[in-house]
Design a protein around this ligand. Structure first.
Ligand SMILES: Nc1nc2c(ncn2[C@@H]2O[C@H](COP(=O)(O)OP(=O)(O)OP(=O)(O)O)[C@@H](O)[C@H]2O)c(=O)[nH]1
Ligand SMILES: [Mg+2]
Ligand SMILES: [Zn+2]
Length: 287
């Protein structure tokens, strides 16, 4: 039975791409639909070709790590895209993306987009050095003057990598710059901020040795019932602190080394504030 990868799910019809690059527009066999629930981009499947490059999916192979927003299966990593201007980036969403990736066992790299528009280079450098010091790989990119693009793409990676970030940060533009024939839609800036997304479908495209997914700009990021300790452990910069209580939640406990580090300027206040927000919004009650 031939195997392939679901690279597009447009109006609920999967497109499957084989290792040689042949594409099939597919239907799901009813039984498969019932057993597997929703099929996702990134799923590996077995299929039976019918005619005219159409096929029936007969089996969805077991899934590895998956993201719910955007919905992609078998993900290796995300590029958390962030722009300082147009739209002016939201650090809370950036930290949430990074923490969600960590909770799901997915790698994350930070991509600052549109750096040709940045006037406040001081702010850019502070942002990059904060996240680098925590241990994230960071990139400053521009599709206008080409800053950083070649190095970003030639870094060895494998598997499925997903561009995530608010609408208008330039995710599709990065794809279009990389694969000019991909017929990817990008927005003009007048639409930004009106809650419209230009990209409506998740689509996987081959880049060197990995797959890159363009996704719509999600901003509602949720994780219900998350273990608060795991949320804290996703803040890598705190990994070596020794609080007085080994199960310290870093809120109001005495002699908390995280709180002390934040007041002393050793840890970023923004990250700490976002940690508190994530506890409130996502965590099961601390007990
Ligand atoms: N100056 C500048 N503008 C850029 C850059 N990258 C993208 N843009 C512009 O930003 C706007 C939005 O870009 P898109 O690539 O459509 O953004 P997106 O993240 O795909 O947005 P959604 O699909 O809505 O999630 C377009 O007008 C792009 O031309 C860049 O590097 N520099
Ligand atoms: Mg887009
Ligand atoms: Zn503590």
């Amino acid at each position: 039975m031939p195997e392939g990868l679901v690279t597009l799910l447009e109006a609920n019809r999967p497109t499957v791409t084989t290792s040689t690059g042949t594409q099939f527009l597919c239907y799901l066999r009813g039984r498969v639909r019932r057993d597997a629930g929703r099929i996702m981009v990134g799923d590996r499947v077995e299929f039976e070709p019918t005619e005219n490059n159409e096929a029936i999916i007969t089996r969805i192979l077991p899934r590895g790590r998956q993201l719910i927003r955007p919905p992609v299966a078998n993900i290796r990593g995300i590029f958390a895209c962030f722009s300082l201007t147009y739209p002016s980036g939201n650090l809370e969403l950036l930290d949430k993306r990074l923490v969600l990736a960590a909770l799901d066992g997915i790698e994350a790299e930070i991509v600052v987009t549109k750096v040709d528009l940045v006037n406040d280079t001081e702010r850019l450098h502070q942002l990059l050095s904060l996240y680098r010091s925590i241990g994230y790989r960071t990139w400053s990119l521009s599709v206008v003057d080409e800053t950083g693009i070649a190095e970003w793409l030639s870094t060895p990676r494998d598997g499925i990598w997903v561009l995530t970030g608010e609408s208008g940060v330039g995710k599709s533009s990065l794809i279009r710059r990389t694969i000019p024939h991909a017929a990817i839609e990008t927005a003009d800036l007048s639409r930004i901020g009106r809650g419209q997304q230009t990209t409506r479908w998740v689509r996987l495209l081959p880049i060197h040795n990995f797959w890159l997914a363009d996704t719509p700009g999600y901003t509602a990021l949720e994780k219900e019932g998350a273990d608060p300790r795991l949320i804290a452990s996703a803040f890598w910069e705190w990994r070596n602190v020794r609080c007085r209580f080994p199960d310290c939640s870093h809120r109001t406990e005495p002699e908390c080394q995280v709180v002390a580090g934040v007041s002393g300027g050793q840890f970023a206040q923004t990250r700490y504030d976002h940690y508190r927000l994530m506890l409130e919004q996502w965590a099961k009650r601390w007990n």
